[in-house]
Design a protein around this ligand. Sequence first.
Ligand code: 4NP
Length: 156
Amino acid sequence: MKRIKILTVCLGNICRSPAAQGILESCADEYGVDLEVDSAGTAAYHVGECPDSRSIEALGDIGITIANQKARRVVLEDFDYFDWILAMDKDNLNYLRQIQPDNSHAKLVMFGEFAEGVSLGEVADPYYGKEDGFVKMREHLQLMSQSFIEHLTAHS
Ligand code: 4NP
C-alpha cells in the first residue's frame, strides 16, 4: 500500500486534532501502514502553540507523545497535498467545505463518518471542560482511528 497523507482538523489545533494525529500515527505503526499525518486548525487563535497540556497528558498516559507538535491554520495547499482531510465535527467540516478549492485532490470528510455505514459521530470539543473530557476524547479518537485504518487496509 502506498503512503497515504492525512490531515486532521479541529478548531484550535491544540486539543482534538493533535491527539488524532498522535493516535493515527501510533495505530499506523501497529497495523504496519505507511501514513504521513499532520494536523491543523480552522481558527488562528493558537498558531505556534504546543498542544493543550490536558491533551498532552491524556495521550502521554497511553505512551503517545504529542508535545512536539505546533499549532497551525489550514491553508488552501492542504487540499491538494493531503489524500484525506478529517474534520473533527460538523462546524469544522462545513468551514472546510466552504474554502475547499474546486477540483482539489483531498477527500474531505468528518472523521466519524469517513465511509458509508460508518457513524462514529462528532468528536466533542473538550477545551472548556475538565480532564475527563480529554480521556473520553482519546477513547473516541482511538475507536475512529482503528476503524479508519482498517478501512484503508481493506480498500487498498
Ligand atoms: P480544539 O479545541 O479545536 O480541539 O483544539 C479548542 C481549542 C481552543 C479553543 C476552542 C476549541 N478556543 O476557543 O480557544
